[in-house]
Design a protein around this ligand. Sequence first.
Ligand code: FAD
Ligand code: NDP
Ligand code: HEM
Ligand code: FE
Length: 470
Amino acid sequence: MEKTCTDELPLAMNSSEKRETVCIFGTGDFGRSLGFKMLQCGYSVVFGSRNPQMSSLLPNGAEAFSYPEAAKQSDIIIMAIHREHYDFLTELIEVLNGKILVDVSNNLKINQYPESNSEYLAQLVPGAHVVKAFNTISAWALQSGALDASRQVFVCGNDRKAKQRVMDMVRTLGLTPLDQGSLTAAKEIENYPLQLFPMWRFPFYLSAALCVFLFFYCVIREVIYPYVYEKKDSTFRMAISIPNRIFPITALTLLALVYLPGVIAAILQLYRGTKYRRFPDWLDHWMLCRKQLGLVALGFAFLHVIYTLVIPIRYYVRWRLRNLTSTQTLLKKEDPFSTSSAWLSDSYVALGILGFFLFVLLGITSLPSVSNAVNWREFRFVQSKLGYLTLILCTAHTLVYGGKRFLSPSILRWYLPSAYILALIIPCTVLVLKFILIMPCIDKTLTRIRQGWERNSNYSKSPLNGKTDI
Ligand SMILES: Cc1cc2nc3c(=O)[nH]c(=O)nc-3n(C[C@H](O)[C@H](O)[C@H](O)COP(=O)(O)OP(=O)(O)OC[C@H]3O[C@@H](n4cnc5c(N)ncnc54)[C@H](O)[C@@H]3O)c2cc1C
Ligand SMILES: NC(=O)C1=CN([C@@H]2O[C@H](COP(=O)(O)OP(=O)(O)OC[C@H]3O[C@@H](n4cnc5c(N)ncnc54)[C@H](OP(=O)(O)O)[C@@H]3O)[C@@H](O)[C@H]2O)C=CC1
Ligand code: HEM
Ligand SMILES: [Fe+3]
């Protein structure tokens, strides 16, 4: 089990135990918060500061000295200073020789400097062992003790012993160190806290664009068209009817887009006759955010289901039902029961329910606690096989919903077909392509390619091999 701060407290109280002294350079927000936490966890803390006498906000029990004085008191020095102010360290090269310098700094922008801050620090003080750590932990989280966000501390450094000591310290503070290797990893670690949901960006913008497009499409067909031709005010449709078209269509389109890149990748591998050439960057990126794309799709499917549940309590629906019944009574006309309509209506709803059930199952298996409990083959089975089944069911749900009206020209308004027809384009394309790809003759070639066989081995061993030319 991890040592936590509370485990360490008795140690701190026991004066016979020799407490390890850690030096922190800089008495700013981060330096003070980290110092506070370290004191709580039983370390002795000395601060290095430009104005040691002025540092009245320091945590109780810590002392402040000038930078060189403080450095002499510990062999671990935490640099709680911004990179822009590192240059004064060149004057301390001698004192810092052989010490462990922990670089915690972050930048304001991704790739702001050509080299990482840690590598820059290592160049400034070549005699010291630089270790990158703590940059993903915020000063506020350290001080509040809640650590609501991630507790993971990425650590990297060229000196194995120095890195180990820093990792031990991280553990003592109740955090989780993750060894990221040598100092060349520092750039990636520094970029990490500057990212804002990178894998969610593409799914988010795509779904927003789809929703906006579909909204205008449906408003033209269902609000503007009736107004122009019948002077009917259908604006109320914008509250439930239109969203309940936009959301399921977006869900179905995104779900199809989760499986489209796999199909494109397979076609590309078949065309090239090898798997040893890189996919184009856009395809790589698309493949990498399929999980996020799928989860956004699931969100939209949930919205569709909730909107569908409220259909019976809508005023418009109840009014139409009442109106229809009274008109029929007045005209003494009966609407005969149509078994085929009953079949169509029940089947599309049943297909929707089954599709939604599997959709939720896909979502559940993507939770880390669940995916950790299944092996790779089981995960692939759910995500790939059941995923395709979900796509088939949801596409069938929409196809059967279209039912008899499907291709009748009367559904065109200003040459625009019903929105659900648009919803079917990408899913049907993906399913047809996948169907072709699993035909035995094609599937056999693809499987061989994936096992390392190459159609034209001379060509694929050419220098172009590494990077794609598409
Ligand atoms: C609700 C929901 C949740 C999801 N959660 C996750 C998730 O948690 N994690 C996740 O990864 N995805 C997730 N997804 C996305 C999706 O289900 C998976 O990416 C799924 O594996 C895609 O299946 P596939 O058959 O298209 O692709 P894959 O099985 O990945 O195959 C795609 C392509 O990769 C290549 N390929 C496959 N095997 C090999 C091989 N052995 N050698 C060389 N090339 C090969 C081929 O070109 C193939 O066509 C989620 C989707 C949804 C809808
Ligand atoms: N704040 C946060 O949540 C986090 C911060 N970090 C990193 O920690 C480092 C410190 O951040 P933070 O504490 O917020 O910054 P602050 O601006 O609050 O503190 C920086 C400290 O650097 C010292 N310093 C040394 N030389 C100079 C100089 N020439 N000009 C100005 N200050 C100097 C000062 O201490 P003195 O006056 O005692 O000399 C100052 O208090 C940064 O590299 C940051 O990227 C990393 C993760 C989270
Ligand atoms: C519990 C599960 C589901 C139920 C009960 C259900 C029910 C319905 C109903 C009643 C409609 C007709 C709406 C209307 O008349 O305006 C509909 C339409 C539709 N559904 Fe579902 N559905 C379910 C799940 C799904 C899922 C998982 C998807 C796809 C991801 C989906 C995609 C669609 C689409 C694309 C339409 C056509 C939208 C339109 O143009 O009006 N449904 N569904
Ligand atoms: Fe992305």
